[in-house]
Structures are given as C-alpha cells and as structure tokens.
Design a protein around this ligand. Structure first.
Ligand SMILES: Cc1cc2nc3c(=O)[nH]c(=O)nc-3n(C[C@H](O)[C@H](O)[C@H](O)COP(=O)(O)O)c2cc1C
Length: 170
C-alpha cells in the first residue's frame, strides 16, 4: 500500500472488536510515534498506554469517545520541554503532539488497526483520574483496536473541502 492509499483508506473507527491488539503492534505504533519530528527535536511527548481494566474504566468515565477500544493511548505533552517560537511567543508543544499522534494513527492503520483521534474529554479530569504530574498535559486520546465487523466510516468521512477553498498559490 502506498502512503497515498493509506491516507485514503484510513477512517475514524468508533466501534471495536474485543480482541486486544498484540503487544508487538502497540510497541510498533509507539516506536513510529518516537520517530516523529518535533520542534528542535525536543520530544516533549509523554504517552500513557491505557490497557488495564481499571485504566479503561477511568477513561470511559471521563469521555464517551474512548468507545469500546481495548487500548487507549493518552497522548500528553510537557510545555516546559518544548520549543517556544520567540517571534510569536507560541509554545510548539501542541503541534509536536499533533505530529506524534498523526504518526501513530497512520501506523495503526497500516498495521490493520483502527483508531480515532479524540479531543472530547476534560484534560483536568484525566489529570486527576490518573494522578498525572503537574508538568504533564493530556492533549488527545487515541483509542486503538481491531475495527468491529460492522465498523464503517461515518457519513461525513469523505466530506473534504475542495483545494480551491483551502489552498492559495501565491
Ligand atoms: C483534533 C481532532 C479532534 C477530534 N476529536 C474527536 C472526538 O472527540 N470524538 C470523535 O468521535 N472524533 C474526533 N475526531 C475525529 C474527526 O471527527 C474525524 O477525523 C473527521 O470527522 C474526519 O473523519 P475521518 O477521520 O473518518 O476521515 C477528532 C479529530 C481530530 C483531528
């Protein structure tokens, strides 16, 4: 499969089989996240693999968007570690985390696993539930698992704006 075919075939999976993905696949996904570029190579990510019954119950109590995935990656960042753009004053941590998460999402798809990028949760509730250190900020969740047999892309999956709306050649 080419990268273009992978990008075309991936979709957000919101219904999972109860079969737990093999540890090697999870490790491979994490390793692919490790390869992601980050600003100044500062690598401000911290990723929690939620796989125990207790951890999955906690995350499902916080958001309906953990779905029934047998594994959920809670992708966090440490702002203090990240590069700050001195012109805009902006901290690049959220951008770094976005790239790390994208690497993992696409590698999961390449390995035949489903995932769904999730922003719909209260980060403070997650920090409390998992007793995260003060310098660790949860940014997004990535439920992972084999798609359920009846899993299909959402109706809006293929709904993309034309390039004429989002691109301008100067
Ligand atoms: C930053 C971000 C946050 C998202 N948050 C959620 C979410 O909380 N719940 C959810 O079901 N999907 C979430 N999604 C998935 C998007 O809704 C989905 O990617 C988009 O509708 C396109 O569909 P597709 O992924 O099937 O192509 C999120 C995606 C991104 C990139």
């Amino acid at each position: 499969m080419t990268f273009r075919q992978l990008a075309e075939s991936r979709y957000s999976v919101r219904s999972y089989s109860s079969v737990k993905p093999e540890r090697e696949l999870i490790n491979d996904i994490l390793e692919t996240g490790r390869l992601a570029p980050t600003a100044r190579n500062n690598q401000p990510q911290k990723i929690y693999v939620l796989e125990s019954e207790d951890a999955l119950r906690k995350i499902r109590d916080i958001t309906p968007c953990a779905f029934n995935a047998p594994v959920v990656l809670m992708v966090c960042g440490k702002s203090e570690l990240a590069w700050k753009n001195q012109f805009s004053g902006k901290n690049m941590m959220p951008m770094d985390i976005g790239i790390v998460t994208t690497h993992m999402m696409l590698r999961a798809a390449e390995l035949g696993l489903g995932s769904c990028w999730v922003g719909y949760f209260d980060p403070d509730a997650a920090s409390r539930a998992f007793a995260l250190p003060d310098d660790v900020e949860p940014l997004c969740l990535l439920p992972l698992g084999y798609p359920a047999e009846d899993s299909v892309p959402s109706e809006r999956h293929a709904d993309r704006k034309p390039l004429s709306e989002t691109v301008e050649f100067l």
